[in-house]
Design a protein around this ligand. Structure first.
Ligand code: NAD
Ligand code: UDP
Length: 314
């Protein structure tokens, strides 16, 4: 028999793929979202399924439902969106964590937190193991997100130690794929849309900063495996693709695949933009027998096809 599963942020990029997967596996899924960055368009195809419920709700206020598992994904993920209302971003991470941990405690559910590689800030250790404490500015433009997520990790661990709540902390590295919001300002969606429209490709700074990009299907496999891993394995656990690219290399790859005539231009580098990021995934390999299987070119081809279709609909 399937489980009763709550997905907060279920109408977002990762959340909508997760809801779909959990439904396909025979679970009863509640998708909770306030539609700040998510959209009904991402989940409309699931709405005929009687085992799928959609709730318009904000995680900064308590929510109660009898469930077996909670995936806590509610939080804007793109810098443009999380910086739009930084106080709200902190509230979403911190109060959202308190409310969802309270629910997990009350109904004895297992709960997974969608944490982030941003907890490492602009890392001074490269690549990043889970044991690294990070290098984060407490008062910069990215702090509302980074510190909110760091505090959420603290809350998760303290609810585990103090109240024996069954927790999993997943540190997600940059993930991309179909259903990313076309206008959310993240690098993969920006570059693909610019290339398809023949507009200039906006590289911030010189483009020497690096990221390691994971395709959404790989990430979800890691997420579901972590949720269902042995009791007591709390994490934090890095989940991401260790293949590291400079932002310039990413732009060149997108141009190559799309065959676009777009030119690369350089714009100002945003403040506190991390210079490098690459996960060490030994823990996930050992404990979950997980590693990514879809490499950048293959994942970009699928994502470009999605954006191409979306643009043609307009
Ligand atoms: P997204 O913006 O597409 O999805 C976030 C969802 O949360 C949206 O549907 C949004 O409407 C909802 N939401 C925001 N604030 C809310 C609130 N107060 N109450 C209820 N719902 C709220 O982003 P995503 O890429 O799908 O990210 C999902 C989660 O994974 C986030 O917690 C994010 O921090 C984390 N994460 C993502 C990445 C990535 O590369 N995609 C990397 C690291 C961490
Ligand atoms: N970036 C860029 N051009 C863009 C959008 C982003 O060069 O149009 C850069 C950004 O400065 C950062 C990297 O790409 O160095 C990844 O940015 P994103 O916002 O996708 O994620 P994050 O910085 O949170 O990893």
């Amino acid at each position: 028999m399937g489980k009763r599963i709550l997905v907060t942020g279920g109408a977002g990029f990762l959340g909508s793929h997760l809801c779909e997967r959990l439904l396909n596996e025979g679970n009863d899924v509640i998708c909770l979202d306030n539609y700040f960055t998510g959209s009904k368009d991402n989940i409309v195809h699931l709405m005929d399924n009687p085992y799928f419920e959609v709730v318009r709700h904000d995680v900064t206020t308590p929510y109660y439902a009898e469930v077996d598992q909670i995936y806590n994904l509610a939080c804007p993920a793109s810098p443009v969106h999380y910086q739009y209302n930084p106080i709200k971003t902190v509230k979403t991470s911190v109060m959202g964590a308190i409310n969802m941990l309270g629910l997990a405690k009350r109904v004895n559910a297992r709960i997974l937190q969608a944490s982030t590689s941003e907890v490492y800030g602009d890392p001074t250790i490269h690549p990043q193991p889970e044991s690294y404490w990070g290098n984060v500015n407490t008062i910069g433009v990215r702090s509302c997100y980074d510190e909110g997520k760091r505090c959420a990790e603290t809350l998760f661990m303290d609810y585990h130690k103090q109240n024996d709540v069954d927790i999993k902390i997943m540190r997600i590295f940059n993930t991309y794929g179909p259903r990313m919001d076309m206008n959310d300002g993240r690098v993969v969606s920006n570059f693909i849309v610019q290339a398809l429209k023949g507009e200039d490709i906006t590289i911030y700074g010189e483009g020497n900063q690096t990221r390691s990009f994971c395709f959404v299907d790989d990430l979800l496999e890691g997420m579901v495996r972590l949720m269902n891993s042995r009791e007591g394995l709390t994490g934090p656990m890095n989940i991401g693709n260790p293949n590291e690219f400079t932002i310039r290399q990413l732009a060149e790859k997108v141009i190559e695949i799309t065959g676009s005539k777009s030119k690369l231009i350089n714009l100002e580098l945003p403040k506190d933009d991390p210079m490098q990021r690459q996960p060490i995934i030994d823990l996930a390999k050992k404990e979950l027998n997980w590693e990514p299987t879809i490499q950048l070119e293959q994942g970009l081809i699928k994502t470009i096809a999605y954006f191409d279709e979306q643009l043609k609909k307009k």
